[in-house]
Design a protein around this ligand. Structure first.
Ligand code: TXA
Ligand code: MG
Length: 327
């Protein structure tokens, strides 16, 4: 079971858990978050594992100040104006990912954008002390209601997280508002703790509400990352001009044919496989192979989310192939 500590006594233990790549449930001003080091793939995989999310939605990266924020995302005058008006606070900005941002690709689901937010209170203190950004989705298991008290986190995730930091009921009680900065335009991806009108007034711009594609929702964006190469799942053998995405100790037949081979986890560990998924797909894509053949991956634990992602990459490349889901 999880240890529950009040904010004023939790810092040391929270820091040592996060430094060790573990996850911690923390209060923010919006809702409780399930936090892990955003630069550590195993920590991020643990977040998905604890949430039992059947897919890899991109996560919000939480920062403690503008210096950290600017290492992670590219800010233009419009995004700076929004950050100055609302940070720290319940606004999440989706911005271009900076080169060498250091954010693990499982956080962004391989996208070239990143959702960034500067929280108030305990979260800000913790991130400042850690000196690294925290990835944190809402601290609820997939399909369950968002937690706004430590007791609600305990009831839902108490057996899956070592530490819950109790900061009392959250002030806002709603998730952050998510706004995507698209050049000179702003798009509302998720209504939340700051009203759209308030953001429009500060930005002196309207918030667009529909995506260019008409049906885009935040939970669907993970489906936008697809490799250039075709993807063939459940591969029992390797064909000509194929790269091989392997899993576990035993190779598919004719693996000597592969133009490139990367193993998600030699020892068959699904958490390690999850943390390698996007970087390995990207690397095999760069090998120039026409097709990436993927060895079968067991559909238990994080395997379900890995197979969901691979299935989308293997499917015909249309938006309709993806479905929105609660996160
Ligand atoms: O208030 C909040 O925002 C809370 C606290 C813990 O900070 N966090 C939260 O995270 O609600 P989560 O993971 O439950 O929701 C994150 C949303 C998802 O809908 C996800 O699809 C979207 O942010 N998102 C993340 N990265 C994105 C990106 N690069 N582009 C578009 N949407 C993104
Ligand atoms: Mg959520």
């Amino acid at each position: 079971m999880a240890t529950i500590l009040k904010t004023d006594e939790a810092i040391a233990q929270a820091l040592s858990l996060l430094e060790a790549g573990q996850i911690v449930a923390i209060p923010t001003e919006t809702v409780y978050g399930l936090a892990g080091d955003a630069t550590n793939g195993e920590a991020v995989a643990r977040i998905f594992e604890a949430k039992g999310r059947p897919s890899f939605n991109p996560l919000i990266v939480h920062v403690a100040g503008m210096v950290m924020a600017r290492r992670i995302a590219v800010f233009d005058p419009l995004s700076i104006r929004l950050a100055e008006a609302f940070w720290p606070g319940p606004l999440t900005l989706v911005l271009p990912l900076a080169p060498d941002a250091g954010i693990h690709p499982l956080v962004t689901a391989g996208l070239d954008t990143v959702a960034l937010r500067m929280p108030q209170g305990f979260g800000a203190t913790l991130i400042g002390r850690l000196g690294r950004p925290l990835a944190a989705p809402s601290a609820n298991s997939s399909g369950r209601i968002t937690a706004t008290t430590a007791q609600a986190v305990e009831a839902d995730l108490g057996d899956r997280v070592p530490l819950i930091v109790d900061g009392g009921p959250t002030q806002v009680g709603l998730e952050s508002t998510i706004v995507k900065v698209e050049g000179t335009r702003l798009r509302l991806l998720r209504p939340g703790g700051i009203a759209a009108e308030v953001i429009e007034a500060a930005a002196r711009l309207p918030l667009l509400r529909e995506s260019a594609a008409g049906i885009e929702a935040p939970g669907m964006l993970a489906s936008h990352y697809a490799p250039m190469a075709a993807v063939r799942v459940e591969a029992g053998e390797v064909g000509p001009n194929e790269a091989l995405l392997a899993f576990g100790p035993v190779r598919a037949a004719l693996s000597e044919n592969a133009v490139a081979v990367l193993n998600l986890s030699e020892k068959g560990d699904l958490r390690e496989a999850a943390s390698n998924l996007f970087s390995h797909l990207q690397a095999l894509d760069r090998s120039g192979a026409a097709t990436i053949a993927v060895e079968p991956i067991p559909n238990r634990g994080l395997g379900e989310a890995i197979n969901d992602r691979l299935g989308r990459a293997a499917a015909p490349r249309t938006l309709a192939a993806s479905e929105p889901q609660a996160s």
